[in-house]
Design a protein around this ligand. Sequence first.
Ligand SMILES: [Cu+2]
Length: 153
Amino acid sequence: MYSQKLARFSAVFIMTGLVPTIAFAATHTVMVGTAGTNFDPVNVDVAPGDTIEWVHVSGSHTVTSGTPCTADGRFNQTLPSGGSVNYVVPMAEPDGVIPYFCIPHCASGMTGTITVQAGAGIPTVSEWGVIAMLLAMLVVATWVLRKARVVIR
Ligand SMILES: [Cu+2]
């Protein structure tokens, strides 16, 4: 009986433990040149592992990381006319702001930011994982208590 309990508890524990390790990566779209020389939206809130996709609308632009108007080498791509470029935020990226700009239009204020925050946006799987773990613990606790009550009788 004890080993059965242990087996069931272990199974639940392992399953709830696996859930938080699965990460859903979102894609955030930034339109480029919706109002002349601009990034729209100017800022995107992302989580590590997410993708930012810049879509060409008008003009001739680059998507270049760094500030103020100085490339830092993280990414630097020329946006193809009618096309798009993207950047994947590293999974190990700490919370913070990644500034970027357009080389030909930086002086006239064509800049943008990527705000990285673990768990930004849609409720993350890790949060649901915590909820699932708490619920599983409650279920297991209830089950164990019921079994204990039966034994006492
Ligand atoms: Cu530009």
